[in-house]
Design a protein around this ligand. Sequence first.
Ligand SMILES: *Cc1c(COP(=O)(O)O)cnc(C)c1O
Length: 410
Amino acid sequence: MTTRQDCLDRDAADPLAAARDRFSLPDGMIYLDGNSLGALPVAAAEVVREAVERQWGADLIASWNKHGWIGLPQKVGGKIARLIGAGADEVVAADSVSVNLFKLAAAAVGAQDGRRVVLTEGGDFPTDLYILQGLAGMIPDVELRVVEPGGIEAALDDRVAVVLLSHVHYRSGAVRDMAGLNAAIRAVGALSLWDLSHSAGVLDVDLNRDGADLAAGCGYKYLSGGPGAPAYLFVARRHQAALRNPLSGWMGHARPFDFVDDYAPAAGIDRWLCGTPPILSLTALNAALAAFDGVDMVAARAKAGTLGDLFIERVETRCAGQGLTLASPRDASARGGQVSFTHPRGWPMMQNLIARGVIGDFRAPDVIRFGFAPLYVQYANVWDAVEVLGDILDSESWRDPRYQNVAAVT
Ligand SMILES: *Cc1c(COP(=O)(O)O)cnc(C)c1O
């Protein structure tokens, strides 16, 4: 049986313990939602203030050159590249995940005559499905093939142009076998497109080792880039010359400041830019990524796994018989950074937890979800969070009317 003292001992021995000091977390709060909005890195607050006051405020438009604003999408992309096993010239920060998925899926279809099927799984993150529905509705002969979870391999054939999959499932936290799926996708001549939103910054993602073709991911979750932070995209070097960005905006032009009438795509990853980059948001994301300096992602993943294991063990012990059912893989090697449980009254329970300073989130219809960002969540936090959950269940305090109202953002 684990004790709270064991948790404190594990924190004292944790090789990643020092990384917590790189984040600003409110006193008394246990933050288990870094998979939805990463905590504020201390450096980001200072650097954004400086960018507003000294760069925007004093140097104004000269800052595009003087402070390197124009190169920020590539600079930030290069930092993310290390975290996802890509070359610095294969990643750029741009737009949102939704927009990047559109650009990449449309490009993959456009580059392959005769292949008109876009393949994905049902039950994945909604925007991924919605974007593909929009794409299929736009190009008359494109067919969207949505299969049951686990059905991708059986649905692969020589009409498939691109397969979109989440690396880690947003609801269950289940990790897919990226290398195995890429091999199957490659065998029928299709391209893989991975959504890394729930894996980058918590798993040791290795796109090139695992043979990925295309990917996109989120800047505001484990990467802690701030609310609405720019997303990023990856195009493997071997595909960069052939694929065309359908959103052919001026920032992806070979020479944007020639101001010529005809679009000519930039070489390499730069063509995946569209419009003017959001400099303040990129500045925050750039500073946030420094929190990962020196962090070994294999160690980060291992810690997220042991935090999750501890959480499962504690919930199943302390909250036994309370109707909570594990909705994530039990085996840490099959799980991302989050653990989900289902309970028919999950919504008021989560509201009660939040009111008591334990922050997780709820996903309709019945999932309560807890994220274990390895850079700042401590083992003692896990212990304390489960004690609060146990107390809420024992006392049935979640039945209070104030926890029943459903908010706009869950
Ligand atoms: C968070 C998340 C997104 C976010 O998409 P945006 O367009 O950046 O809002 C997309 N896909 C998945 C799987 C996510 O978890």
